[in-house]
Design a binder for this molecule. Structure first.
Ligand code: ARG
Length: 404
């Protein structure tokens, strides 16, 4: 018998898991974290939902049910650093689920220490990315803790889970019949499985929970100005989790942030995923526009490679890696000048940057203009092009000799 901290969502799978661990004779501490997912877009009302989940865990027989509101911590320690790296896995997915797993790993480890547990457990299957992220996270933080993945040891089909639940008095919510697997937090919502598994099937409208369908979006644009201070965004005084909640609602109403992606999972298979990430989509568009205004050409070129690698590390479960920390240090330096305002227009599924300004702008109208007041020395280009062309002159001469 051991004391096990179980990452508990309140859903059918983790409820069955809780019961199974108890039947094996273990002591179970159920851990539930609020990352702003309970009602998706707003992140409000979560307290009630989380309390209900804890109540359910206790009713099932958990020794203790720990419920933590970690929205601010998620934003400060995971979303913000990743945002500085413009995270988009395979160019598209802003890593909402992927960023939450290292935090869940940290909470499992902290709770295990608080209760003297010798093991932690999760309800991930053997096929997904989340098992990798949680387990690598736990091992990086406390390699002595045992990690249990009962659904990987003996996979549970939906009908079997329902039968087990009926037999052991585990309440089955209506949501057991849900056609999709959904994961959500303030940075985005992901939808997979069901009819989406055939990549030829168009995403059914019922897969979306945060974003309005094309027919029900406003026909008038909304204009917003996002302010940045050293890379940290705000909108009319809102920042942090409140900013994300606000932009998820505002952007969601305009249908912004729908992503339909065939992605490469860590374990080597391709899968089809839908995402809704209105706030992330708006903020990433704004940040990229501001970076183009204030960062040097060399910084931008180099950073594109860093950003890409950063997203891969997060996706692959290597949040707690020295390379990521090194990238954070690099991003902290360039973020110092990512201050200013970005104007965006929200309309019909698009967040379009329509204006940008910054005290650190490297854009110089006097050098850029084709109108009056041009300060660019056109004759200087002559010598520049002459020197830049020397290697090509020589190559052409050599090729001509070789051909004759
Ligand atoms: N494919 C996404 C990722 O790997 C989303 C995973 C969502 N997890 C889930 N259990 N539904 O990050």
């Amino acid at each position: 018998m051991s004391t096990i901290v179980l990452a508990y969502s309140g859903g059918l799978d983790t409820s069955v898991l809780l019961k199974r661990l108890l039947l094996e004779g273990n002591d179970v501490i159920a851990l539930t974290a609020d990352l702003g997912e309970s009602d998706g877009a707003t992140g409000e009302g979560a307290v009630d939902a989380i309390a209900a989940i804890s109540q359910k865990a206790r009713a099932l027989g958990a020794r203790e049910a720990v419920a933590l509101d970690v929205r601010q911590r998620f934003y400060d320690e995971y979303v913000l650093p990743a945002f500085a790296a413009n995270v988009r896995y395979e160019g598209c997915y802003p890593l909402s689920a992927a960023l939450s797993r290292p935090l869940i790993a940290a909470l499992l480890v902290e709770t295990a220490r608080a209760y003297g547990a010798d093991a932690v457990a999760h309800g991930c299957t053997g096929k997904g990315n989340d098992q990798v992220r949680i387990e690598l996270g736990v091992r990086a933080l406390d390699s002595r803790l045992q990690v249990r993945a009962p659904l990987r040891e003996s996979p549970l089909s939906r009908p079997d889970a329902i039968a087990f639940a009926a037999e052991h008095d585990v309440p089955i919510a209506q949501s057991a019949a849900k056609p999709y697997s959904i994961d959500a937090n303030l940075w985005g919502r992901s939808i997979e499985a069901g009819v989406l598994e055939n990549p030829w099937n168009a995403p059914p409208e019922d897969a979306f929970g945060w974003t309005a369908a094309a027919q029900s979006r406003p026909t008038a644009a909304t204009e917003i100005v996002v302010n940045f201070r050293a890379g940290v965004p705000s909108l009319e005084g809102d920042s942090g989790p409140a900013l994300l909640a606000k932009l998820n609602i505002l952007g969601g109403a305009h249908g912004i942030g729908r992503i339909d992606l065939i992605e490469d999972r860590v374990i080597g298979v391709k899968s089809r995923e839908l995402y809704e990430a209105p706030a992330a989509t708006i903020l990433l568009a704004a940040r990229e526009a501001l970076e183009r205004l204030v960062l040097t050409r060399d910084e931008l070129r180099f950073k594109a490679g860093v950003d890409r690698k950063y997203a891969e590390l997060v996706y692959d479960g290597l949040w707690y890696s020295p390379l990521r920390s090194a990238f954070d240090a690099f991003n902290a330096v360039s973020s110092n000048r990512v201050s200013g305002d970005v104007r965006l227009q929200l309309l019909q599924g698009c967040a379009t940057v329509i204006g940008v300004r910054s005290p650190f702008a490297l854009y110089d109208e006097g050098l850029a203009t084709y109108g009056a007041g041009d300060r660019f020395d056109h004759r200087a280009a002559d010598g520049f092009i002459h020197l830049a062309g020397l290697p090509l002159d020589r190559l052409a001469q050599v090729a001509a000799v070789a051909a004759s």
